[in-house]
Each structure stands twice: as structure tokens, then as C-alpha cells.
Design a protein around this ligand. Structure first.
Ligand SMILES: Cc1cc2nc3c(=O)[nH]c(=O)nc-3n(C[C@H](O)[C@H](O)[C@H](O)COP(=O)(O)OP(=O)(O)OC[C@H]3O[C@@H](n4cnc5c(N)ncnc54)[C@H](O)[C@@H]3O)c2cc1C
Length: 1313
């Protein structure tokens, strides 16, 4: 085994990139190719680590830990969905078309945030960089703009091929510039770049232009390499690249068209032309990277023998082409490189740490580049960090554009970026309708009877004219083939193209007739007809030396290509004369390429080179990169450490021959030099063995993080399933700071200070089936989040979680669309994004509310420790929503019908979920569970210390629940809770919320009691007792409390009817005011005033109790009615569907609980729904009873008149009664959204008391609780935060006051917050 290693004292492998001191200074690296040590590995390598079974026993491990070598890589197909084992085995047996193809690339959601090396582009340069860096033990990421396509997937038909054409640029033909053309998909395979003066044709795809080229592997001649004005001295040396050509050869395996293969007519024709021109010795079969036999290639990939189809230039489908996709890239993959497609790198900047680079890219996944997102697509960029090395290999035009943009955005470099480019002196021309058959139109599958006349690979022969006196006059002429897709149009194109050069000697009559018939045959029989004019057309490609005076510049943000006049130089004239001579020698007509003829003598090159030219002097003033491709920081010799160009962009002048052999050799050399400079050991020795790209795993795989594993699992779990994908943009305002809790307040504050925010996400649902059937199944979000108040650059979002319609566990009858992810800033800051949309019955029958609910995202951003960073609201604009819908499409490669079914299933799921709320009044009613079967709560709750029965003076018995704190404080007053009508002590001791009132006050050291009086949820209530009667139970309970606690005064918390009963008892003297240390009167006291709907009901011409009597069928109206109750009850429940559910226009409410509807009918809406949690709402029947008609009638009278009465209807409100309340401190609390009693109720009582006792004003307080309704002030999930503390404060205040007035009872512990 041999390892290339420059310096045995180099830094250990796997460490960060640090330059190894080199004895001859920087420029001495030019020597590295000759001095890089090739020594047996066993003398210098670290001890090999354990390897996977798949690894050859001799393999080096580069010190990679076993976790890297053993990690499960996972396999993914097109679009990121996994390929099942069945798919793979099918691929071997099914005919082409139904085939599945291997994928080297990973779905972008599987990307990491940083790698040792990032490679931009995947042509020859990118392939070399990825393979060699990976073999040096670096973690490598390849970002490729195009898609991954394997032989069998390249277009053949015109329709398919046209769909794969991207045309961009500016054309300036005849002084009529076409500006900013951008037609077709930028990730398409064929890219025609229009420029001024010359145009270029390149490929985008995994493998770069190697996917389309004509395979000719020819070295640049030594005289060209010795041109002083072009090349630096390191490369001018004789055979400077020899070793690297060898290395490229060993990977790409070029071979001349074998003599034992069928004779090819175009090859024979070129030979004949050479002979006729006296150039027989210049003709030969050049080496080409085509396989002419089945077998494994250099990398261990299975290759197939060429079918000689001539289809190379649209992508040959027979598996014979030794493109980078078949060698360097699988090698990189096998050594752990992670490859991502459809990622267009836009610019690079230095990492803020000063070491490494941040590579910004636009990802085309999920149609993120829709016209509607145009402003964002190229601005809100995703990024990945290159910790040590960043290789630019996006091809001449791609790399130069990235450099230009990076320079503009602040990366220092030479002023020569984009200068001195060349079209490699390319000329395309045609020898039309010659005397001989050329058979040069590609044919995917020739008919059986025509198999004897294969087209052959695209190029097989060359007339090499490079030994001219002046090296710059040298050139090569090669014959070619046009792909099948152009065959049909060729004749028309050639015939209408102007500027034909006819033979000077006119042929005879017979000759003219033959040519006429040949043309007619093409027209009638098509381009393949033996002997027709197109069949007799020779295709020429010339590579020569142009003046390297072309440029690429950025105008706006678009690259503008300007080649200066290859078509106008005298040299071109000579070349055209040569072509004419060659053509006329075989009786044909020379036809120029249509670009030359129609576009003012413009040429089209397939070999654009330069833009990041290697400097001939080693200084940035003469070039952009040094001899090994490192990018200069300016005009001097200093370079950006680790930023290296390795593709055609560094070639400083036309080569006079096809360039990829030289591009590859230079890239191999760059990597070698870098290894020398940074002490990396590139293992070139270990062979891969057979690579199974279909079922196999790479030998090296960097371990997945936990969340990557989860993501992989969820992708793999979707094997064979159809999914959906779309891109979503939401923007709005986020307030940065932790002081605002309320989303709307935060949004408004953020609007005030201009703090905008946006996310731009691609959402992938890998399995629609899982999404629809499993609540734990999330979709995956990838993209960016921008908020300039948080970071200058976008945060990167990978593997985020989007849940559609997950039940809201905190709020009843509500579903959420949630967005949860960690996001990372370019400075390494990690924040958590938590967003949710709320969909509930409030949207019923309202398109505008439905739109608002499904497009409003409540967002909180937190630090990893949970502290709030920002809060606010994001929205979807109508434009972005339309774009989202237009871009919505299937995910996965499971066939058309399954894909369509997946999309349909998703859309149905979304529509049904929304419709369930939109048409919520028609939903199935939620009846209370059968008695004893309801599970109320899983939360452990404090149990009462005892439950006792107390007897009122009239003999009616009530229960009192008692709770003692672990450590009771005798200085604190006992608290008595008094619930309202139709409920019991549970409203204060609710089992379904995190902290109920009993737990809250118990925790503060109070001894607690709760009475369930006779109009509460009791059996005796059915006897028709009134609220007035209930005061006696309160009195009895108070007597018990005073005795049990041995305290003469207690504090009373009374709610609703309980509070009214207390006020009645105090007014008529049944309850002595002297027993009370203080009171919290919740929602009402002695001035009950109904809220609007209840008022309307109370003043209805038909008394409501009469209606209720009819509905209930008696004197008792039950708020709970099971599904199997009497018909009249079930009918009532069905009718109540349509009873207005209340809420405000802003926050409408609704639900399908029969208990909720029934209680609302008699009492009014008892809560603001989103203040309850789902468990409470689901088990309402456990907490609500009913009301007798007698009680209700009296209550309605009171609520209608705003007064309290005894059972005989005599008002209790008079001066002497009121005087009894003197000295009792009372705090009124009222939910602002109370729909039972209007907030005016407590306001009036508060005013009455303050008027009556104006010397004791401080005894009265009144508090309104925003957003709360009636019972939710006690039963709300957050009441312990929003309501109870106020009551606690009041108790503390009145106790302290009492202590001051009576120091003997002073206490230190008041249990205040
Ligand atoms: C029809 C045809 C025939 C040819 N025949 C021959 C031949 O016979 N012999 C020969 O030597 N040469 C031939 N060539 C030229 C040769 O293929 C190229 O010179 C060579 O492939 C260039 O290699 P590269 O590494 O510089 O870039 P490329 O191979 O062009 O690779 C660049 C890659 O980068 C990607 N990319 C571009 N921009 C970005 C971006 N912003 N972000 C991420 N990725 C990006 C592209 O999609 C592409 O995949 C031919 C070319 C064509 C078109």
C-alpha cells in the first residue's frame, strides 16, 4: 500500500486544517507534485482502527472512529424517499423504464450544519476534490445545482429533451440585445448560456458536464503548457502534470475506439478526409472514456459496453460512459462524502470565527424557486459551514459567478475575477451532404436490421494539427454525432443556415442529381435513411486557441457573459478554410453552426474556461488563483486558506484541445498540493472492491446525530409510500425580548420597532398514510428563518417538525398546526422556534375566520434553556398561499397513480379536518360518558382531609370538604369556598387542571373548607330550593369552620349564586358580618345584572322557565343528558347545535359538547373556551348538575332587575340591611368576557358599598380579569397564574390590616406571593 504524504511530521489526521511549515516557502508547493512523498503506509500511518466487514482488510482508516465506519448510512431515492429492497431487486429484472436507479445523493433535510470540506459542483473538479478529501479522512459535503440522473434516465425524445433545457443570459445579436433571459428549470440537464460574442453549452447534474460530453481524453501539449504569459512556472515545467494525467487516466480509464469494434462511417470518413488533405499522419483514434466491454471500472462500479448509439451529448443511456457519476463521485460516496443535489451555491463568506467558510446556497427542493418567491429564493439562503476546505468546482461559469458575488459581498480577492476567459477556440460546423455516408445521427435503439451500421460514440477520430510553427495556430479537428433529438431538425436547420461554403469545383449533373435525391430522401424518409443527405453529413468540432479576452460580469445580480470575437479573428477564418477544404475533399457543403450564421458570427463553446485564472506570476494582480487553485486575497501572493478552485475556471488560456483531461489533472494536483500543505494523507491505494450502489453501504459513514437518526427513521419508515411536498413562506413581526407574553401585544410592539421576521420552509411529508393515520407522525421542515433583530443572516432550519391538526391538549375542541424546530445562526447561535396555528369551532361557517385560523402562526422563540427570546405572529399572504398551492406536489418515486393517491389523501385530510370545524354545528355531539366510566384526570390531586355534613336551621344538610395544609399556620384565617348554582366544591378542587384553587391556597398554608349548598350539584336542589335558601347552608358551614378552626373569623371566597346567597345572608342578618375577615365576591354580589344574551332571554315574552320546562319535561333542567336519554332530550340536544355559541367576532367560540350547550342555554356561556383545557371540557358532566325551575325563575327575576329578593319577592336591599355589611372588606373579581353576569353587576355593588361606607373606602376593591369569562376564573387551566394570586393578595391585605388593628393576632406569615 502507498499513501501520498508530503511530510511525515504533519499534523495528525482528522485535525483542523493547519498549514504545515514547508522548507521552501509557499511557492515551493509548486514542487510538491514532484516532492510529495509516496511511501509505504506501514511506516507512517496511525494504527488502523477496526473496520466494517465490508472494508478490505488492508484498508486504512485515517483514524476514523468505528462509529464513523459502522454508522448506518440509509439509502434514499429520487426526491429523498427511500427505495425498498424490493425496488432494488426489481431494478435488476425489470425492463428499462420501470427501472429504479441508485442515488448517491441524500435528501437535503439530511444535511449537517458543518463539514471539514464543502465541494461546490460535481463535475471533474468537484469529483476529484470530493473523492480525495474524503479519502483523506475529511467529512465532505458536495453541493450540486443539478439533479441526480443515472444512465436510463437521460432524455431521448424531443419533448423530454426540451423539458431539460435551461436557457439564460443576454444575447446581443445584431445590436438587439435580449436581456435577462431565463427560460426553463435552472436544475435542468442542458444549460444554454447566451452571451455577447459567444455562447456556451454546459450541463447541470450530478457529474457535471461529464454527463454530456463526448468523452475525449487528450492531454494539453507541452508547448501550450509552456506559454509564459499563461502558466506559472510550477506548471510550465516539463511533464508538470504527467503524474496527474496518469492519476486521472487510472480513474477515468480512457481508451481509443477499439479496432475490434464495428467499423464506424464517420470515423472512416474523417480518416478519408485526412488522407485526401495529405494529413494521414495527423489522424488517429483519441483515447475516450467510454467502456467497450462489460465490467467493473476503476472505482468498482458496474459498467456496460457501449451500444455505439452516438447519444453521449444528451446523456448516453447504455451505462458505458465513464462520467464522473461513475467513478470519482461513487468513490467519494464510498469514503463518506455526503452529496446533495438541487443546491445552487450563491456566495461564500469567511466564517466569523476566522477559520473556514460559510457557503450560502439556494435549494430548489419543493419548488422553492416559484416566481412568487423570486425575491426570497436568491436572498434568503440556506448555508453550510466548511470548517477547513471549500472547493469551488461549479464549472467555469458557475465558479466565476460565485466568486464575483462573494467579492461583491465582501470577500477580498483579485480584481481579475471574471477576466481573461476563453471559449477554448471551439468551432462547431457541418460537412453537409458529402459523397460519403457518415451515419452521424445518434440513435437510442437502432432497428435490428440496422445494427450493422452503428453510429459509434460521439467522437472517435481526430486530425491533430497542434504541431504548427506557432503554437497558437495549433488546433484539433474531431468528427462528431448529433443526438437523436436533433436528427429530425438537422436538415431544415442546415438548409436555412446562411453563409454556406460550396465546393469551388461544381460537380457534374449526376452529382447534382444524387445530392438532390439525397435531400429529398431525408425529407421523405427521415434522417436515418441510408444515403440521405443527413446520413451523409459529417459533424465537426474544432478546438483551437482564441484570444482569452472574454469576461463574465455581474449586472444586478445576474452573470453576464461576453466573449470578444472568436468568430471575427483571422485565425477563425483560417480554421473555416481548413473545414471547407476537408468538406470539399469529400464533396460536401460547409455549413456553419447556426449561432455563427444567424447571431452575427457568434460561436458556441462547449468548453468555456477561465474566470478564476491561475496567475502566471504567482500574484493576484495577474490572476485569481495560484498554481494550485487557492484564491488570492488581493493583488499579492496571499491566499484565502482552504478556499480552492479546482475546475475549468482556473485554466488561464485556450488549450487547443478538449479540456477535461487537463481539468482533472490540475484538480488532482491541487489536492496533492493541499495534502502537502496541510499534512493530509490521501489514501489512493485502497481499492473499493465492487461497489453495490443499489443495495450496498459506503465503507465510511459519519455518524448521525440523534435528530438525524430520527429523521432518517421517519424517512425510511415511509419506504414505498407516497408523500407530498410544498414550500411555505410566512412573515410578520416578532418582538425581541422576554417582557411581553401576549402574542398580539408582542406583534404590535414589534411593528412599532420594525422587527420583521419570516420563515421560508420546504415541508416534506414522506408518507401521507402515516400523516393521516398517526398523530405522532410529523412532516419535516427545511429552510431558513430571518429576523434581522436576531441575526444579520438567515438561521438554518434542518429536520424541523410540522404537525398538521394535532389535538390541542390544553384547549378544548381545538386542533393545532404546529411548527417546532431548532435553528442555527451563522455565528453558531441555536434558538428554538415554537409556532402554532389554532383551528377550532370558532371558524364555523366563516371563510374569513377559516383563512385567519389556518394562516396565523403564534410564535415564541426561546434559548436552549427555555428563556424567551422573541414572540409575535407570522401570517401567510394570499400571494404566498397561492404559490404554496401551486408548488404543492407529490414526493417520492412510487409511480404516478400512487403519487396522485398520496396527494389526494393529503388534500382530503386537510379539507376534512378543516371542514370538521367549519361545519362544526353538524358534527357528532359529544355526550357525557356513562356514569362511572369517565376518566377525569391522570394528574394526582390533593384529597380532602375530611368530608363532613352540616345541617342548616331548616334541617337541610350540606357537605363540607376540608383540607389542612401539611404545616398549618394558626395566624392565617381559614378560607371557606362557596360555589355557585348547579356546581359543587369541585370547581375549586378541579381534578383536571395542573393547579386548582384548593392546591394553590393549601400550598400557601391556608386551611380550606368548601361547602356544597342546596342549589349546587346536589340531589336536594331538585326540591326547588332558592338561592335565598342557600344562605342558610353557608351560615351552617361557617359555624362549622369557626368551630373546627377555632378561629372566630374566616375568609370567604364565594362564586356566582354562592356569592349572591352570601350577600343575601349578610343583608338579612342570617350571616353575621362579624364572622368574616374578608370576602372575594366572584362575578356578582347583590346586584345581579345579566349579560346581553341572558337579558334578552330574561325579558322574552315567553318566560324562559316555561321553555325549559317544556324542554326538560318537568321542574328540573339537567345540564347533562346522556346519549340514550329520552327522545325529547335528544331532540333538545340536536336543536341546541344551532344555539349561538357566543364569543366575539375576533374570538368566536363553539363546541360539540351537549353539556356545554345545555348549561349555556340556562345560564349563558359559562367560560371562554380557550381558558379551559381539553380534559376539563371533555368531563364537564362530572362538574355540572342542573337547576330547578323555581330557583331559575327567581334568579332570572333578580338578574333582570339587578336586585336581590327574599322568597316572597321582597327586596333585601335597604339601608338598614346594608348597614350590616359595615367593616367587611370585599374584593370583587369579574371576568371581562363574562357572558352570564355583566361586569356591571360587581361594579354596581362596589359603588353601592363605597357610597354607603365612604369612610371605609379601602375596604373595597374591584378587579376585572381580561379574556376570562365566568367559571373559568376558577376552572381555567391558567387561573392559578391569572386569577388566584389576586385573591391571595387580598387575603394577605385584609389579614395584615386586621393584625395592625389587633396586634395581639399579628402574624408574620401571610402566605403572600
Ligand atoms: C457536448 C459537450 C461535449 C464535450 N466533449 C468533451 C470532450 O470530448 N472532451 C473534453 O475534454 N471535454 C469535453 N467537453 C467539455 C467538458 O465536459 C468540460 O470542460 C468539463 O466537464 C468541465 O468540468 P468542470 O469540472 O470544470 O465543470 P462541470 O463539469 O461543468 O461541472 C460543474 C458542475 O457544477 C454545477 N454548478 C454550477 N453552478 C453551480 C452552483 N452555483 N452551485 C452548485 N453547483 C453548481 C453544475 O451543475 C455542474 O454539475 C464537452 C462538453 C460538452 C457540453
Amino acid at each position: 500500500m502507498v499513501i501520498i504524504r508530503a511530510n511525515a511530521s504533519c499534523a495528525a489526521l482528522g485535525i483542523g486544517l493547519s498549514s504545515v511549515p514547508y522548507p521552501y516557502g509557499c511557492s515551493a508547493h509548486c514542487q510538491s507534485d514532484s516532492t510529495a512523498t509516496v511511501i509505504p503506509s506501514n511506516t507512517i500511518l496511525p494504527t488502523p482502527q477496526p473496520t466494517t466487514a465490508a472494508m478490505a482488510s488492508s484498508a486504512t482508516t485515517h483514524g476514523l472512529p468505528p462509529s464513523v465506519l459502522n454508522a448506518d448510512p440509509g439509502t434514499f431515492t429520487k426526491g429523498g424517499t427511500p427505495l425498498s429492497a424490493a425496488d432494488y431487486s426489481a431494478s435488476a429484472s425489470v425492463p428499462s423504464g420501470a427501472q429504479k436507479f441508485p442515488r448517491l445523493s441524500l435528501p437535503v433535510p439530511m444535511m449537517r450544519l458543518e463539514y471539514d470540506a464543502v465541494v461546490i459542483g460535481s463535475g471533474y473538479g468537484g469529483g476529484v476534490a470530493a473523492s480525495r478529501a474524503a479519502r483523506a479522512g475529511k467529512s465532505v459535503c458536495v453541493l450540486e445545482l443539478g439533479r441526480e440522473r443515472w444512465p436510463g434516465e437521460y432524455p431521448v425524445s424531443a419533448v423530454d429533451a426540451f423539458g431539460e433545457l435551461h436557457v439564460s443570459g443576454n444575447a446581443a445579436a445584431n445590436n438587439a440585445p435580449i436581456k435577462d433571459l431565463n427560460a426553463g428549470d435552472p436544475t435542468a440537464l442542458y444549460h444554454l448560456v447566451l452571451g455577447e460574442g459567444q455562447n456556451a453549452f454546459v450541463a447541470n447534474g450530478l457529474g457535471g458536464t461529464s454527463l454530456l460530453n463526448a468523452n475525449i481524453f487528450l492531454e494539453t501539449d507541452e508547448r501550450t503548457m509552456a506559454l509564459e504569459e499563461c502558466w506559472p512556472q510550477e506548471l510550465r515545467r516539463k511533464a508538470a502534470l504527467e503524474k496527474y494525467y496518469d492519476r486521472a487516466r487510472s480513474m477515468l480509464q480512457p481508451t481509443p475506439y477499439p479496432e475490434d469494434q464495428p467499423e464506424l462511417m464517420k470515423l472512416e470518413l474523417l480518416k478519408k478526409q485526412a488522407v485526401k488533405m495529405g494529413l494521414a499522419d495527423k489522424f488517429y483514434r483519441p483515447p475516450q472514456t467510454t467502456f467497450f466491454r462489460d465490467g467493473l471500472n476503476s472505482t468498482g462500479v458496474e459498467m456496460k459496453a457501449s451500444t455505439l448509439s452516438g447519444q453521449d451529448c444528451t446523456g448516453v443511456n447504455d451505462g458505458s460512459k465513464s462520467s464522473v457519476l461513475m467513478n470519482y463521485l461513487p468513490d467519494a460516496w464510498n469514503w463518506g462524502a455526503e452529496i446533495f443535489c438541487e443546491c445552487e451555491v450563491r456566495h461564500i463568506k469567511k466564517d466569523p470565527s476566522g477559520k473556514g467558510y460559510i457557503v450560502f446556497f439556494a435549494w430548489y427542493g419543493n419548488k422553492r424557486n416559484r416566481a412568487e418567491f423570486e425575491d426570497l429564493f436568491h436572498n434568503e439562503l440556506m448555508w453550510v459551514r466548511a470548517k477547513e476546505l471549500c472547493f469551488l468546482a461549479a464549472g467555469t461559469l458557475g465558479t466565476t459567478e460565485i466568486l464575483l458575488r462573494s467579492k461583491r459581498l465582501g470577500l477580498h480577492m483579485s480584481a481579475r475575477v471574471g477576466q481573461g476567459m476563453s471559449g477554448n477556440g471551439d468551432i462547431l460546423a457541418f460537412g453537409y451532404n458529402t459523397d460519403d455516408v457518415a451515419n452521424a445521427v445518434g440513435r437510442q435503439t437502432p432497428p435490428k436490421d440496422d445494427m450493422a451500421r452503428p453510429v459509434g460514440p460521439t467522437i472517435t477520430g481526430v486530425i491533430d494539427m497542434r504541431d504548427t510553427k506557432d503554437v497558437l495556430d495549433g488546433f484539433v479537428l474531431e468528427e462528431g454525432a448529433v443526438p437523436q433529438v436533433l436528427g429530425r431538425f438537422l436538415q431544415t436547420m442546415l438548409e436555412i443556415t446562411p453563409g454556406k461554403v460550396y465546393p469551388t469545383e461544381k460537380g457534374g449533373k449526376y452529382d447534382r442529381l444524387r445530392k438532390f435525391f439525397a435531400r429529398t430522401e431525408t425529407r421523405i424518409m427521415g434522417p436515418y435513411y441510408p444515403g440521405c443527405s443527413v446520413n451523409r453529413t459529417q459533424i465537426y468540432l474544432i478546438m483551437s486557441h482564441d484570444d482569452n479576452q472574454s469576461t463574465l460580469t455581474l449586472e444586478g445580480d445576474k452573470a453576464y457573459l461576453k466573449f470578444n470575437g472568436v468568430g471575427r479573428s483571422s485565425h477563425v477564418k483560417q480554421l473555416n478554410e481548413f473545414l471547407a477544404k476537408a468538406t470539399h475533399a469529400v464533396g460536401g457543403v460547409l455549413v456553419n453552426s447556426p449561432f455563427f450564421a444567424f447571431l452575427g458570427q457568434e460561436e458556441i463553446t462547449v468548453h468555456p474556461i477561465g474566470g478564476a485564472n491561475i496567475s502566471s506570476t504567482g500574484l493576484g494582480e495577474d490572476g485569481v488563483t495560484n498554481h494550485m487553485g487557492e484564491v488570492f486575497t488581493g493583488a499579492g501572493p496571499e491566499v484565502h486558506d482552504g478556499l480552492v478552485c479546482v475546475d475549468g475556471s482556473i485554466i488561464p488560456c485556450a488549450l487547443g484541445v478538449n479540456p477535461f483531461a487537463t481539468i482533472t489533472a490540475l484538480a488532482e494536483r491541487s489536492l496533492d498540493c493541499l495534502a502537502a500543505k496541510y499534512g493530509m494523507a490521501i489514501d489512493l491505494e485502497t481499492k473499493n472492491g465492487k461497489l453495490d450502489l443499489v443495495n450496498g453501504k459506503p465503507r465510511v459513514r459519519w455518524p448521525l446525530t440523534e435528530e438525524m437518526k430520527e429523521a432518517q427513521e421517519s424517512i425510511l419508515a415511509a419506504a414505498g409510500e407516497s408523500g407530498v411536498r410544498f414550500a411555505e413562506v410566512m412573515d410578520g413581526h416578532l418582538y425581541v425580548g422576554d417582557e411581553i407574553d401576549d402574542f398580539e401585544v408582542a406583534e404590535n410592539a414589534a411593528k412599532g420597532n420594525g422587527s420583521t421576521a419570516r420563515f421560508y420552509l420546504s415541508v416534506d411529508t414522506y408518507s401521507t398514510k402515516n400523516l393521516v393515520t398517526r398523530t405522532d407522525h410529523a412532516s419535516m421542515a427545511t429552510g431558513t428563518f430571518t429576523c434581522s433583530a436576531l441575526s444579520k443572516e438567515p438561521f438554518m432550519i434542518l429536520r424541523g417538525e410540522v404537525q398538521f391538526f394535532s389535538p390541542d391538549t390544553k384547549t378544548p375542541d381545538t386542533k393545532n398546526l404546529t411548527y417546532k424546530f431548532d435553528m442555527t445562526g451563522t455565528d453558531g447561535r441555536v434558538l428554538h422556534f415554537d409556532g402554532y396555528k389554532v383551528v377550532n369551532s370558532g371558524i364555523a361557517f366563516s371563510p374569513s375566520r377559516t383563512w385567519r385560523a389556518t394562516t396565523t402562526l403564534y410564535v415564541t422563540i426561546t434559548n436552549p434553556d427555555g428563556s424567551q427570546v422573541a414572540r409575535g405572529i407570522l401570517h401567510i399572504s394570499k400571494r404566498n398561499f397561492l404559490a404554496e398551492m401551486k408548488g404543492f406536489g407529490p414526493l417520492g418515486d412510487v409511480g404516478l397513480w400512487k403519487n396522485l393517491a398520496g396527494v389526494k389523501a393529503f388534500l382530503s385530510f386537510f379539507s376534512l379536518q378543516t371542514a370538521a370545524f367549519y361545519f362544526s354545528p353538524f358534527r357528532r355531539l359529544q355526550y357525557p360518558a356513562a356514569a362511572g366510566t369517565a376518566t377525569i384526570s391522570s394528574i394526582p390531586k390533593v384529597q380532602p382531609t375530611k368530608v363532613v355534613t352540616v345541617t342548616a336551621v331548616d334541617g337541610v344538610q350540606s357537605t363540607v370538604h376540608c383540607w389542612r395544609p401539611l404545616q398549618s399556620n394558626p395566624k392565617l384565617p381559614p378560607i371557606l369556598f362557596v360555589p355557585g348554582a348547579a356546581v359543587d366544591h369541585q370547581i375549586f378542587a378541579l381534578p383536571t387542571i395542573e393547579t386548582n384553587a384548593v392546591e394553590y391556597f393549601l400550598g400557601k398554608g391556608y386551611t380550606l373548607y368548601a361547602v356544597t349548598h342546596r342549589v349546587g350539584k346536589t340531589e336536594v336542589a331538585k326540591r326547588g330550593y332558592t338561592i335565598y335558601d342557600a344562605r342558610l347552608d353557608i351560615k351552617a358551614a361557617m359555624e362549622y369552620v369557626r368551630a373546627d378552626s377555632q378561629q372566630s373569623k374566616l375568609y370567604c371566597i364565594a362564586h356566582c349564586a354562592g356569592s349572591v346567597a352570601l350577600s343575601m345572608g349578610l343583608l338579612d342578618g342570617a350571616i353575621p358580618a362579624g364572622w368574616l375577615r374578608g370576602v372575594t365576591a366572584s362575578q356578582v354580589f347583590f346586584n345581579p345584572k345579566f349579560a346581553t344574551i341572558n337579558s334578552l332571554k330574561a325579558s322574552s315574552p315567553v318566560p324562559m322557565p316555561v321553555v325549559y320546562k317544556k324542554l326538560s319535561g318537568g321542574d328540573w333542567f339537567d345540564c347533562t343528558s346522556p346519549a340514550d336519554s329520552a327522545l325529547v332530550q335528544r331532540v333538545t340536544d340536536q336543536l341546541l347545535r344551532f344555539y349561538p355559541v357566543g364569543g366575539t367576532a375576533e374570538h368566536p367560540e363553539g363546541c360539540d359538547s351537549t353539556t356545554c350547550h345545555r348549561s349555556e342555554l340556562v345560564f349563558g356561556r359559562l367560560w371562554t373556551h380557550d381558558k379551559l383545557n381539553k380534559e376539563t371540557h371533555d368531563s364537564l358532566a362530572n362538574f355540572l348538575g342542573g337547576i330547578s325551575m323555581n330557583c331559575l325563575e327567581k334568579l332570572m327575576h333578580a338578574g333582570n332587575t339587578g336586585n336581590v329578593y327574599d322568597n316572597e319577592g321582597v327586596s333585601l336591599m335597604n339601608e338598614s340591611n346594608l348597614a350590616r355589611l359595615k367593616g367587611v372588606p370585599i374584593m370583587f373579581i369579574h371576568g371581562m368576557n363574562n357572558a352570564v353576569f355583566d361586569p356591571e353587576s360587581t361594579e354596581r355593588s362596589y359603588d353601592v358599598l363605597r357610597d354607603a361606607f365612604d369612610d371605609d373606602l379601602e375596604n373595597y376593591q374591584r378587579l376585572t380579569i381580561p379574556e376570562y369569562g365566568h367559571l373559568d376564573c376558577w376552572m381555567g387551566k391558567n387561573a392559578y397564574k391569572d386569577v388566584y394570586p389576586f385573591v391571595l393578595n387580598h387575603i394577605g391585605d385584609v389579614t395584615k390590616t386586621a393584625d395592625r388593628e389587633n396586634p395581639l393576632s399579628a402574624s408574620t406569615a401571610h402566605g403572600r406571593n
